[in-house]
Design a protein around this ligand. Structure first.
Ligand SMILES: Cc1cc2nc3c(=O)[nH]c(=O)nc-3n(C[C@H](O)[C@H](O)[C@H](O)COP(=O)(O)O)c2cc1C
Length: 342
């Protein structure tokens, strides 16, 4: 296993991947640590203040956790395409009685505030998705003592991360739930098995690999370790965990009769993300332009209203391709079962 993780006391080689938007709670992260694993607080969408509060809540229970950040990689939306998509969502906004932004909101998810927070109050591991951070952020976080891990989706991205001086990689496969960490959102990830992707990355770069995406059985976990990953990480397998903050309608959607295969869609955020198909995806998937974070801000009032109404048809049901295996239970039992062939 990754020496740095062993140094942190990690003994279970299946980690709890970050899941922004609610599922990753401080309790989930603490439960992963108690099981000998490592969880990651999801810093995405939070203010630095909210992130600090969740770091504090986790720290009351454990010192062993990481933080994940969305590194800025803005893909400004084309204004005409934004307006047309906004018009398309207008009736739904009326029905849900919410206002949606007239003009695109482009921001950096408060990147500098969160980096400053983690520099002044360091955590053992910081992971990045969406982009490779700028040199100054890498240097400052490393000087603060954090292990720095980059999410990549191809051997080329892995080589860029190695060149930028990152310490390790999360190699995220096509089947992964939620946003793809691709550095180029206009180029969707290539469909290949995670074990094959890990092998290709291993051939290209020397950095230690955490493999993630579609890992729902101990056999799949063993395969990616055999292919060259040091450890695995799972998201979807934990969505129904007792300690997860997954909302009630989201849990209900995961448990209902098979709604069909997941879809890699820009409909909710303008960036490819894998979700269980629902009415929102079916209505808008084909029409969503590329444009992150503008589309995230456009649809978030709709998703909030749907969540408040316990309506699974209007929320982003992020899930990996193998979501049908997801079962309720304590985090420790789920992670230990997935690691039991290793
Ligand atoms: C609900 C949900 C939210 C996610 N949020 C994040 C996130 O905030 N940051 C991140 O790097 N990855 C995020 N991901 C991706 C996971 O960290 C991980 O790569 C993925 O879940 C692995 O695939 P699996 O879901 O098939 O296990 C999310 C995944 C899900 C299912």
């Amino acid at each position: 296993m990754l020496d740095a993780l062993v140094g942190l006391g990690v003994s279970l080689p299946v980690l709890a991947a970050p899941m922004a938007g609610g599922p990753t709670s401080a309790e989930l992260v603490a439960a992963a640590a108690r099981a000998g694993s490592l969880g990651f607080i999801a810093g995405g969408y939070k203010t630095a203040y909210e992130l600090a509060a969740q770091v504090r809540a986790a720290r009351e229970q454990t010192d062993r956790f990481g933080v994940n950040l969305f590194a800025p990689n803005p893909v400004p939306v084309n204004l005409a395409e934004y307006t047309s998509y906004r018009d398309r969502l207008g009736p739904e906004a009326d029905r849900r009685k919410v206002a949606i932004p007239e003009v695109p909101v482009e921001d950096d998810d408060l990147w500098h505030d969160k980096v400053d927070l983690l520099v002044s109050d360091p955590v053992p591991v910081v992971t990045f998705t969406f982009a490779i951070p700028e040199r100054a952020a890498i240097d400052a976080l490393r000087a603060a003592g954090s292990l720095l891990v980059q999410t990549v989706t191809s051997p080329e991205e892995a080589a860029r991360a190695a060149d930028a001086g990152l310490d390790a990689l999360i190699v995220q496969g096509w089947a992964a739930g939620g946003h793809s960490g691709t550095l180029n959102p206009s180029k969707p990830p290539v469909r290949r098995s995670l074990a094959e992707l890990v092998g290709r990355v291993r051939d290209r770069v020397q950095l230690p690999i955490i493999a993630a995406g579609g890992l729902d059985t101990r056999q799949r976990v063993s395969e990616v370790i055999a292919a060259g990953a040091e450890v695995a990480a799972v998201g979807t397998a934990l969505l129904l965990a007792t300690e997860a903050g997954t909302s009630t309608p989201y849990r209900a959607a995961l448990a209902r009769p098979d709604p069909g295969p997941t879809v890699l869609t820009r409909a909710f955020t303008g960036r490819p993300a894998r979700a269980i198909p629902n009415a929102f995806v079916r209505a808008h998937h084909e029409h969503a332009p590329i444009g992150y974070p503008a589309l995230h801000h456009l649809t978030s009032p709709l998703r909030r209203a749907a969540a408040a109404a316990h309506d699974p048809e209007g929320i982003s049901l992020w899930a990996g391709e193998n979501y049908r295996s997801t079962r309720p239970g304590p985090v420790s039992v789920i992670l230990e079962e997935l690691a039991s062939d290793l």
